[in-house]
Design a protein around this ligand. Structure first.
Ligand SMILES: Nc1ncnc2c1ncn2[C@@H]1O[C@H](COP(=O)(O)OP(=O)(O)OP(=O)(O)O)[C@@H](O)[C@H]1O
Ligand SMILES: [Mg+2]
Length: 269
């Protein structure tokens, strides 16, 4: 029997943390009309996506699945009927780093098996939230980059962050070798006073585009209270920009699936 394909979308930021990947992933997932699997790679013990969706992270998750071969748990979000979270699992820190030094082919086949498992659960869209230091799990990280269809590099408009992107690009852009893969660049926490053109950032995209998400003080306040900004009208600036990012991603996802944008919406399980 033919099974529908899954589109994997990953959010990365290189060595610079706190740029807003988890905030973007957790909120973006709510905008989809289909069921979305959100995979929390919180190897650093910072399980923001799970927390933002009110999901307990103290159970077997993604890392148990790919590093130990055990079945992960998938938990429905407390706040959105269409969002399901795979927590990071119980393998963390140094142990995760050591275990992810396993044979690259083994890791790659386990990542593929994990994505097929999500497809068997009926998901068409999977969002991976990678923490800043996910590179510590170097071989696993490369396997994930290789298997993802769309990669979103998230940056803040700061010199430190741009340096981190350059070094991410030098180290990992070679891991993206399928001609069909898309790399977008998202400038988060953008302020109007920064004005200047961002066109020079296009060099960090492949078949993709550059997006701006403004700095929004309500979003900061809400996510620090562990609340999802898209549920609040006060975070208007952030939500408007997130809608336009969502539309662009939907366009890319639908061309991957070879269906129209409206079919993604009708694809509810
Ligand atoms: N557009 C925005 N405007 C204002 N604050 C934001 C915005 N996006 C994210 N933030 C804030 O930035 C902080 C860091 O966000 P977040 O935890 O999502 O970053 P991260 O990239 O996932 O970090 P890590 O690399 O540690 O996983 C949070 O306090 C969040 O509220
Ligand atoms: Mg995070």
């Amino acid at each position: 029997m033919l099974r529908p394909r899954v589109v994997s979308v990953m959010f990365v930021s290189g060595s610079k943390g706190g740029v807003g990947k988890s905030t973007l992933v957790a909120n973006l997932a709510l905008l989809f009309d289909v069921d979305v699997a959100v995979v929390d790679l919180g190897v650093d013990g910072n399980m923001s996506v799970s927390m933002l969706h009110g999901v307990s992270a103290d159970c077997p998750g993604f890392l148990d699945s790919v590093l130990l071969g055990s079945e992960p748990r998938i938990e429905r979000s407390k706040y959105a009927g269409n969002v399901y979270v795979v927590p990071p699992g119980r393998v963390r820190g140094f142990r995760a780093t050591v275990l992810s030094m396993a044979n690259r082919d083994v890791l790659k086949s386990r990542v593929d098996r994990f994505v097929s498992w999500l497809r068997d659960q009926g998901f068409q869209v999977v969002l991976f939230d990678a923490p800043a230091n996910a590179e510590l799990m170097s071989l696993l990280y490369v396997s994930l980059l290789y298997s993802c269809d769309i990669i979103n590099i998230v940056v803040e408009p700061s010199p430190l962050c741009l340096e981190a992107v350059q070094s991410w690009w030098d180290n990992f852009s070679r891991a993206i070798s399928r001609s069909s893969q898309i790399v977008n660049l998202i400038v988060n926490k953008y302020m109007r006073s920064m004005n200047g053109s961002l066109s020079y950032l296009c060099k960090y995209t492949i078949n993709g585009t550059v997006h701006k998400i403004p700095f929004d003080s309500y979003t900061l306040l809400l996510s620090n209270r562990c609340e999802l900004a898209v549920r609040y009208r006060e975070a208007e600036k952030f939500n408007k920009a997130l809608q336009s990012l969502y539309k662009a991603l939907c366009h890319q996802i639908s061309s991957y699936l070879g269906i129209s944008k409206s079919s993604i919406r009708k694809g509810r399980r």
